[in-house]
Design a protein. Structure first.
Length: 345
């Protein structure tokens, strides 16, 4: 087993600093290491208002996902699975002793570092979309230890800086950038500036495109079909409880796609999704329309869906000339979700 003494000494020093008294939980600092192609990032943002810790984003894509999380609005219909959709990072979380996992406690016991009190026991977790939080791997712990050392190096500099308030003239969360090992290297950037700086002006995630071929579209349009006056509801969602498929494996949330007839309340399609790709999601709706040989008068979807149902399906619906609209609630599908939760769990 590796030596964890220095890691937990630094975690203790981090907790003693109480950086959350100085930094906002949406402040993000990027760190560039000479031996890594992409910067890594950290933020104090917690999983809820009471949590304290440090999140480390391993690359630009995880950082951009975090930005999506800050801008996402979760509704009453969303569960834990939806919340994980925007979480991909290594997280140091301080918890009560009774909530500490054995693997974290056993690591601490190999050192002479002492932790006492409420929300003072450190656990190191990996967050991955669609999965429950899980103990961080040794590779991730090694990276986290390096980032934590950089944090302790830069925080005294950061805490004394007095940035021009004009940078925060709007509501864009504050971003910072830091060159590891370089004195006085912390500077402040607005969100659009740091994204342009890191991605060359091109975000890795933009508006969704039509992912089906024109051949597939023509094939569907040529099929004999009925044009209904009915409105359909379409949504993507996670089942409320994680499922373990094999003993010892990390539990995961199962994502489903459902189509319901708004008039009758009948669920026309309920299928488990094995891929998050927009083509697969567009194809599931395409396949249903092709096999059922029906076109609804209109399709309603949640416009505020964290799983981006509306954004992914609109390109297909526009191509098929099917009317669509955004809704805050899909009553028929919500009733279906409640019923399967009761049946399964």
């Amino acid at each position: 087993m590796r030596d964890y003494q220095k890691l937990y000494e630094n975690i203790k020093a981090f907790h003693k600093l109480k950086p959350w008294d100085k930094m906002k939980d949406t402040d993000v600092v990027g760190i560039k290491y000479s031996d890594r192609k992409e910067p890594v990032f950290f933020a104090l943002d917690g999983l809820d208002e009471d949590s304290i810790g440090l999140s480390v984003f391993r690359d630009v894509s995880e950082y951009i996902l975090y930005l999506d999380l800050l801008e996402s609005e979760f509704t009453d219909a969303d569960g834990i699975g939806e919340y994980t959709e925007k979480l991909k990072n290594i997280r140091l979380e301080f918890v009560d002793r009774g909530k500490l996992e054995d693997i974290d406690y056993n690591r601490i016991r190999t050192t002479d570092v002492k932790f006492r009190g409420k929300k003072a026991w450190p656990e190191l977790l990996d967050f991955t979309p669609g999965f429950v939080p899980w103990s961080a791997t040794e590779e991730d712990i090694t990276l986290f230890e390096r980032v934590l050392e950089s944090f302790l190096e830069m925080f005294p500099i950061y805490s004394k800086l007095d940035f021009d308030k004009s940078f925060a003239a709007d509501d864009v969360p504050t971003r910072y950038y830091y060159q590891a090992g370089t004195k006085d290297s912390v500077w402040k950037l607005k969100e659009e500036h740091i994204l342009a700086f890191l991605t060359g002006g091109e975000l890795t995630k933009g508006p969704y495109d039509l992912m089906l071929s024109q051949f597939e579209i023509r094939r569907l349009m040529m099929e004999k079909k009925n044009f209904l006056r009915n409105t359909f509801e379409v949504d993507l969602f996670y089942l409320p409880q994680p499922i373990t498929f094999k003993e010892g494996e990390r539990p995961r949330f199962v994502k489903m796609m459902a189509v319901a007839d708004k008039k009758s309340g009948e669920v026309l399609l309920a299928t488990v999704l094995t891929s998050d790709k927009s083509r697969d999601i567009q194809f599931e709706l395409y396949k249903y329309l092709f096999e059922a040989k029906v076109f609804p008068a209109k399709i309603e979807m949640r416009g505020d869906s964290v799983l981006e149902t509306y954004e992914m399906l609109v390109p297909l619906l526009d191509e098929l000339d099917i009317a669509h609209s955004e809704k805050s609630k899909l009553r028929k599908i919500e009733a279906f979700r409640e019923s399967i939760a009761e049946d399964i769990f």
